[in-house]
Design a protein around this ligand. Sequence first.
Ligand SMILES: [Cu+2]
Ligand SMILES: [Zn+2]
Length: 167
Amino acid sequence: MKRYCSYVSVLLVMVATAAMAAIKVPMYYTAAQGQGKFIGNIVIEENPYGLVFTPHLKDIPQGEHGFHIHVTPNCGRNGLDADGHFDPGHTRKHKGPFGEGHRGDLPVLYADSENMVTTPVLAPRLKRKDVYEHALMIHVDGDNYSDYPRKLGGGGARLACGVVHQS
Ligand SMILES: [Cu+2]
Ligand SMILES: [Zn+2]
């Protein structure tokens, strides 16, 4: 019986570790066909407050960049094949990571003067199961977490993209 109990507890630890494991998403510049240059990874981890996205990216123009989960796990046609923002509640509203709109609205990423993006961001309305088989998208411009004055936060063209696969 004792042996059985320790076997079960080892199993439980293994299950817990698997659930906590980070997801590593390789990111690439978008391209008209296929994928562009590799620019680094974004590591996704769940904690009690939501999902933490930790970027390790280079070659991103200095400043703010809109960052979202787009529905379709496909980065083709300069990112357009990823379709729109992840919106399981069909809100059709872009309100940012703390609003009641698209669940795929993530906090803005910031590239420093050396064109590196390394500051983690927290998305409080997401769990890791939400992000599998979708795309992470980084836009050319920033994000004001509103559909005004420009739709979808004003991020404009799609700069970099990566697909989140279940590991
Ligand atoms: Cu986007
Ligand atoms: Zn949105």
